[in-house]
Design a protein around this ligand. Structure first.
Ligand SMILES: [Zn+2]
Length: 393
């Protein structure tokens, strides 16, 4: 008997480092300005045949309209099967931003701080006066220095107020700093030599690769990846490039998920949340988004684009039921994401930030799940004037 106890003890000590103790982790991915219409119905037939918006038809040949699983295979074949999705309005599922501006910085403020701040009504580079859920969690003992954010847009150091928060943030065209792996050194060199089509947004592949390498080296418990190129291609009026960017984003997230599941530190302990900062218009207005409330810092004509408030969510992980598309009673709100993210890590964000919207109750909402078998999106093709604006997220 004595020997058996000893064997058990040795086994226990040997096995402890191999993840017997489950610890929650969260990865949040946002894809800037991606419409629910593409997420749930794939290529928009009203746009995908228009030569003025599609210069390279071969690029989107594989994305048959009405077959969203061709555009976003990971989201439909994995997340929707093993987790939940919200925002397919043609099936009674909706999610909105609450902010009246419906552009990027106000969207990220709502997503990451959990509430609307009228002081954040533009995309100007102002340090966020609000503490985001990332900053707050980074101060909690189990998560200290275990939070990191990687973004394609150069505004993230302001949105996350790195001067005050001290958060690890790499965004825009920033080089990775500190003691670097060979891969990080190479990514720095490659990024410096790669032209971006956008003035203040790098290509997403750098955001993705910097984030994955940081994850391998530093094992963050909360990782935020903010992809950005889809929105910029849309503003440029390149529907083919916009779709290709969405497809790449889905592939990036699939690769990320696979790495998480191959790593005992993350496997079966990591919640993945995927969403966006705002929607965009329909038909001829697909290129743009925003409401007139947003004026300063928003370059181009004052936008008034219906549909910009419409967003979506996909989630998978240990606390998320395998429910597929959820029918929502009323509309879910963007501001709920911050408390949801904290809850997945075991924290009550609302207790310290009373302005924050409540976390989603995924288990209660699973009762309202819809069969994901016949997704179909009804599309309006109403004529609308084409909005021009450049360089605005
Ligand atoms: Zn935009």
């Amino acid at each position: 008997m004595k020997l058996n106890w000893l064997v058990l003890l040795v086994l226990l000590v040997l096995l402890l480092p191999f993840g017997l103790k489950a610890e929650p982790k969260v990865v949040l991915v946002s894809i800037d300005g991606v419409r629910w219409q593409e997420v749930f119905a794939g290529a928009d037939p009203a746009l995908s045949h228009r030569p003025e918006w599609v210069k390279t038809p071969q690029l989107i040949q594989a994305f048959t309209p009405g077959q969203p699983e061709l555009l976003m295979p990971f989201l439909h074949k994995t997340v929707s099967q093993q987790g939940i999705t919200v925002g397919n309005r043609s099936q009674g599922s909706s999610m909105n931003v609450s902010n009246p501006y419906q552009i990027s910085y106000p969207g990220y403020q709502e997503l990451l701080a959990g509430f609307v701040d009228p002081a954040i009504h533009s995309n100007n580079k102002i340090a966020n006066p609000n503490v985001t859920v990332l900053e707050w969690l980074n101060q909690q003992p189990p998560l200290q220095h275990k939070v990191a954010a990687f973004g394609s847009w150069d505004l993230f150091p302001y949105i996350l107020n790195t001067e005050r928060s001290g958060l690890t943030v790499n965004a825009g065209f920033m080089q990775q700093q500190g003691k670097l792996s060979e891969k990080q050194k190479y990514l720095n060199q490659l990024q410096a030599k790669t032209p971006s089509p956008f003035a203040n947004v790098r290509l997403d592949v750098f955001t993705q690769e910097f984030a994955l390498e940081h994850m391998r080296l530093h094992k963050p418990k909360l990782l935020y990846i903010a992809l950005g190129e889809a929105d910029d291609f849309a503003h440029m009026g390149q529907y083919d490039q916009y779709l290709a960017a969405i497809h790449r984003s889905d592939q990036f997230i699939a690769d990320l998920w696979q790495e998480l599941q191959n790593d005992p530190y993350y496997r079966d302990q990591t919640t993945l949340l995927i969403s966006t900062d705002h929607g965009r218009g329909e038909a001829a207005q697909w290129r743009s988004h925003g409401k007139s409330a947003a004026v300063p810092g928003y370059k181009g004509p004052v936008p008034q684009i219906a549909g910009s408030e419409q967003i979506w969510l996909a989630a998978i992980g240990p606390g998320i039921p395998s429910a597929g598309l959820i029918r929502t009673t009323g509309s879910w709100q963007q501001g709920q994401m911050a408390a949801t993210l904290a809850a997945a890590l075991g924290f009550d964000y609302q207790a310290v930030q009373h302005k924050a919207a409540p976390a989603f109750d995924f288990n209660a909402s699973a009762r309202l799940a819809l069969s994901p078998s016949h997704l179909e999106v009804r599309r309006g093709d109403k004529p609308a004037r084409l909005q021009e604006h450049s360089n605005a997220m």
